[in-house]
Design a protein around this ligand. Structure first.
Ligand code: CA
Length: 415
């Protein structure tokens, strides 16, 4: 059956970032999203170089899906080599890298190539299915059953990537496959600026709202902007339709790859260190910058062990905090009690005038005073004015001041 593709690509810098490090391409048969990383001006170079290099795969027809799959893999490997060469010539770009998720169409099949945490979804029969799997640290934890998919959403290391194209690995591990497609299918390629901030429920709903891929792409980007868009957001929407197109969509390049490549060294650019997390705790950033960790089982174990130590440290910090607060409260209570016991007052006890040690006020059911000394002066022998004074208690700053008060009362009673 003859089928045709209508596609749209949209990229937005977002509301927080100062530059767009995403790139995307929607061609005649090739569709690519790349999300670059590497500081102030390395990520845009990485994704732009990769997309520009991979775009070459749009130029010729492929005899079979296998040919297309091979060509796509070769294009990603070539892009990886290009990034290494570029870093060799521009050492200030050391550490730049990029994700790539790409589809290359041959008839009713799509060759897929993927590395990193950009995603490809298939929307078919009103259901959304994620076709790619994230090459992230948290996805490895989910796959190995160490955490749940829900825990992955809020994991402190959720932006740590295990695989990207860049200057680190000469033989990056790229996922490829051949997917079957049919009229009515709608494919979505997106950077994590969409998938990390817009729920799959809302993506699914948005996919159903309009038959126009351009509108759908715009609506998806708008949802990310509405959620604050802390990251660059890029989407490619492609619809597989019956028949041949009367007006095929012209190839579109968006994001960093759409701008002229400028990577002359500038002062604002900073080299990005690679495995640095073991030495530095995660920075508390509101916009989570993607970080790259080369993938190996030993390294993964190290990261997991470090997470465990961090959890233990957090628990210890919390316990020490609780103990310190409790100690503080206890010391304040002891000092407060000691102070009350330096105070005296004169009052009545069993009808006699007595000197009390402490303060008249108690704390809840606890009295903070006790009779220190009872005199043989009866309250009843005092004149009414002094009687009410004693019953209401008379404060004294010291024991001798209390004794002076008692003496004055005795003198007044004797008069
Ligand atoms: Ca991103």
């Amino acid at each position: 059956m003859a089928s045709t593709i209508q596609a749209a690509a949209v990229s937005h810098v977002g509301k927080v970032r100062s530059n767009n490090q995403d790139s995307a391409f929607a061609g005649r048969q090739l569709f690519v999203v790349a999300d670059g990383m590497g500081g102030h001006a390395g990520g845009d170079v990485a994704s732009a170089l990769a997309v520009t290099r991979i775009k070459d795969a749009d130029k010729q027809p492929y005899a079979s899906p296998q040919d297309a799959e091979y060509a796509l893999r070769a294009a990603l490997v070539a892009a990886n080599a290009l990034l290494s060469e570029t870093v060799f010539e521009h050492p200030e770009l050391t550490g730049m890298g990029t994700t790539v998720s790409a589809l290359l169409r041959v008839g009713d099949t799509l060759a897929m190539a993927h590395i990193g945490d950009s995603r490809i979804y298939l929307w078919r029969d009103d259901a959304l299915e994620q076709v790619t799997s994230d090459h992230t640290f948290v996805q490895r934890l989910v796959d190995s059953g160490r955490i749940t998919a829900e825990e992955a959403l809020t994991h402190p290391r959720r932006s740590v990537l295990m695989r990207v194209l860049g200057d680190v690995d000469a033989h990056p591990e790229i996922d490829t496959s051949i997917l079957e497609t049919r009229p009515g299918d709608r494919w979505l390629l997106c950077s994590d600026g969409l998938s990390s901030y817009v729920s799959e429920e809302l993506i699914t709903k948005t996919m159903a709202e309009s038959a126009d891929p351009e509108r759908t792409a715009d609506a998806l980007v708008k949802h990310s902007l509405d959620s604050g868009a802390p990251d660059n957001v890029t989407v490619v929407v492609l619809d597989v339709r019956e028949g041949t197109a009367d007006r095929p969509t012209p190839p579109t390049t968006v994001g960093a790859a759409a701008a002229p490549l400028a990577f002359e060294s500038d002062s604002g650019r900073r080299a990005v260190r690679l495995p640095n997390l073991l030495l530095h705790p995660l920075r508390a950033t509101t916009t989570r910058e993607a970080e790259f960790e080369p993938e190996s089982d030993e390294y993964l174990e190290l990261l997991i062990a470090e997470d465990r130590r961090r959890a233990v440290r957090r628990k210890i910090t919390w316990l020490v905090g609780v103990i310190l607060v409790a100690l503080g409260v206890l010391i304040a209570a002891v000092l407060g009690y000691q102070w009350t016991q330096s105070r005296y007052y004169v009052g009545a006890s069993d009808g006699s005038v007595a000197i009390y040690r402490g303060v008249q006020q108690g704390v809840g059911p606890f009295a903070l005073s006790s009779v220190y000394d009872t005199t043989d002066l009866e309250v009843a022998d005092l004149r009414p004015y002094y009687q009410s004074q004693v019953e209401g208690t008379i404060s004294a700053n010291s024991l001798s001041e209390a004794r002076d008060i008692v003496e004055r009362l005795q003198n007044a009673a004797a008069d």
